[in-house]
Write a protein that binds this ligand. Structure first.
Ligand code: 13P
Length: 258
């Protein structure tokens, strides 16, 4: 399907790294390394306590938006330790990751919770980046597409077409996250095409064509261009390489090839 109907997006996921005092120097370096031309939307998804510092550092650098790595599905009240959508939007947060495999695994978040979080984030006006991906065992057993179908269908359940346009799907194979083992461009394209086919079935062709699908998992300055050249890969969700300003800027620059 034609890429002209959707945005290229490069989002950094800092995970549990960085400190508030390291944010300003990082953004200064990133700004110096940024390509001249804007060829994609860019965001950094930071840990909650770093969001005010990130927002401040990006105040006069609107090329990069502020993102978060998780959000609570409930609006307010007795949810000790949680962070609400309103708290995030009040700080200028535009993107929020939901259902990252690390949260699914270590915080036991299931598909129902991921769907509830995505709906809450979108209702609050943010763009939700929902992560899906198979384990190595699932891949080896030939269960990849079946698993992805289920995760994507559950994630977008109940979304209207209009709401779904504020949802981005990130394909992150678990075996490629933080391992240095990147999916081949063909492997990533196969799954991203399947994700678009599921979105088409669930939400219609026009909506599926307008939704950005990202690849994540050991994406770096060297392999980004090849992955981004694939017809159904519209951007990247970057872990390790987003902690290095020059590398993150180089990945952003790789969206210029289209
Ligand atoms: P890496 O880029 O470090 O493999 O992490 C990918 C990821 O999990 C982004 O959300």
């Amino acid at each position: 399907m034609n890429k002209k109907y959707r945005k290229a997006i490069i989002a950094g996921n800092w995970k549990m790294n960085m400190t508030a005092s390291a944010v300003r120097p990082f953004i200064d370096e990133l700004r110096a390394a940024m390509p001249k031309l804007k060829t994609c939307d860019a965001a950094i998804c930071a840990p909650f306590p770093l969001i005010p510092a990130l927002g401040k550092a990006l105040r006069d650098f609107s090329r990069v938006a502020v993102g978060a790595q998780d959000v609570c599905e409930f609006p307010s009240g007795a949810h000790t330790g949680e962070v609400s959508c309103d708290m995030l939007t009040d700080l200028g947060v535009k993107y929020v990751i939901v259902g990252h495999s690390e949260r699914r695994e270590y915080q036991h978040e299931d598909d129902f919770k991921v769907n509830a979080k995505l709906r809450a984030a979108i209702a609050a006006g943010m763009t939700g980046i929902v992560c899906v991906g198979e384990s190595l065992e699932q891949r080896n057993r030939g269960l990849t597409l079946e698993h992805i179908d289920y995760q994507v269908s559950s994630a977008v359940y109940g979304l209207t077409e209009e709401q779904a346009r504020r949802c981005v799907v990130a394909y992150e194979p678990l075996w490629a996250i933080g391992t240095g083992v990147v999916a081949t461009a063909e492997q990533a394209q196969e799954v991203c095409a399947e994700i678009r086919a599921v979105l088409k079935r669930r939400l219609g062709a026009r909506t599926a064509r307008a939704m950005s699908i990202l690849y994540g998992g050991s994406m770096n300055a060297k392999n980004a261009a090849e992955l981004l050249a694939m017809p159904d890969i519209d951007g990247g969700l970057i872990g390790g390489a987003s902690l290095k300003p020059a590398d993150f800027a180089a990945i952003i620059a790789a969206t210029a090839q289209e």
